[in-house]
Design a protein around this ligand. Structure first.
Ligand code: UDP
Length: 316
């Protein structure tokens, strides 16, 4: 297929681009490089630098595109609380421009990066796709709103759309991994402490109602996540918008993650307990039963492999 990947210079977009190329697809990456890196775009993909508003229609009008994979977004929860207008504009506004460009150029399939943050603090766990979406941050709200637009475009314009709600993505794929200017995620921060870049890992709260008091999250290897995108592409059906969770169905606490990092690196990795981080629910675990049933997807790589691959990437 001929594919447009928005945000293909970022962490997940670059991994999926590499997987698409390996499967023989042609890829154009559209990225404004505001948080992505030009050198993260896999060889063999053409990089167009620009925003979706500025450039999506011109690229799609070149013709021949079968589908879009839409990763480009701002994704820092804390920043979204401080700067909601930035997030509504960058996430919803830019996405609307992309969807209109697709409609005008006749590109009728899309796979969209949605998020567990769309659910907010869950009533029950594991979280199924029909749980009431009650995002607790502007970030989650913008992603949920984009899901709503996709549903409308499927009904109105016959778009075939699949939204994948990511839980905690981790690991790396060779030279493609997590490289954020502001790193908020647990595993890269623990590994940065292992490399001596921080004095200690900060554990945000050890008084949650969980077995060891630290928050439990559902970690998925980025390579498993990428495979789900390939399956979702094939599953885009005209006039339908389907939402699938992507998780492993199990959870690991912050304490467990740090222990696995110590085991994999062979380093002591000091940790200090700090205050809870505002907005963190105690437990976020996905039910991935729907995508297993419909598309036969299942997470295959466990936490040790995620940490080992992230460690390989961090040391490069
Ligand atoms: N966390 C932590 N120290 C860090 C980064 C994260 O204790 O340096 C905790 C965070 O409070 C949450 C879990 O690790 O409970 C996962 O956080 P992350 O930011 O990786 O993902 P999120 O679940 O927020 O999407």
């Amino acid at each position: 297929m001929n594919l447009l990947v928005t945000g293909g210079a970022g962490y997940i977009g670059s991994v999926v681009t590499a997987q698409l190329l390996a499967e023989g697809h042609e890829v154009v990456v559209l990225d404004d490089l505001s948080t992505g890196h030009a050198d993260a775009v896999p060889e063999g993909a053409r990089l167009v630098r620009g925003s979706l508003r500025e450039a999506a229609e011109a690229v799609l009008a070149e013709g021949g595109f079968d589908a879009v994979l839409h990763f480009a977004a701002k994704s820092l929860v804390g920043e979204s609380v401080a700067r909601p207008a930035l997030y509504w504009d960058a996430n919803l506004g830019e996405s609307l421009a992309l969807f209109e460009a697709m409609r005008r150029t006749g590109v009728a399939k899309i796979v969209f990066s949605s998020t567990a943050a769309a659910y907010g603090d869950p009533e029950r766990t594991p979280i199924p796709e029909d749980a009431p979406p009650r995002p607790t941050s502007p970030y989650g709200a913008t992603k949920l709103a984009i899901d709503g637009v996709l549903t409308a475009y499927a009904r109105l314009h016959g778009l075939g759309a699949v939204s994948l709600r990511y839980f905690n993505v981790a690991g790396a794929h060779g030279r493609f991994g997590e490289r954020h200017a502001v790193e908020t995620h647990l595993i890269p921060n623990v590994l940065a402490a292992a490399l001596g870049r921080h004095e200690a890992v900060r554990i945000f709260g050890a008084d949650y109602p969980t077995p060891d008091g630290t928050c439990v999250r559902d970690y998925v290897h980025v390579v498993d996540l990428g495979r789900a995108h390939l399956l979702a592409l094939d599953a885009c059906a005209p006039g339908a918008h389907v939402v699938y969770n992507l998780g492993s169905g199990g959870g690991h606490s912050v304490g467990e993650v740090i222990d696995v990092c110590r085991e994999v690196t062979g380093l002591p990795i000091p940790a200090v307990i700090e205050e809870r981080r505002p907005g963190d629910p105690a437990i976020l675990v996905a039910s991935s039963a729907a995508i297993a049933r419909d598309l036969g997807w299942k997470a295959e790589r466990g936490l040790n492999e995620m940490v080992a691959d992230a460690w390989g990437f961090a040391r490069r």
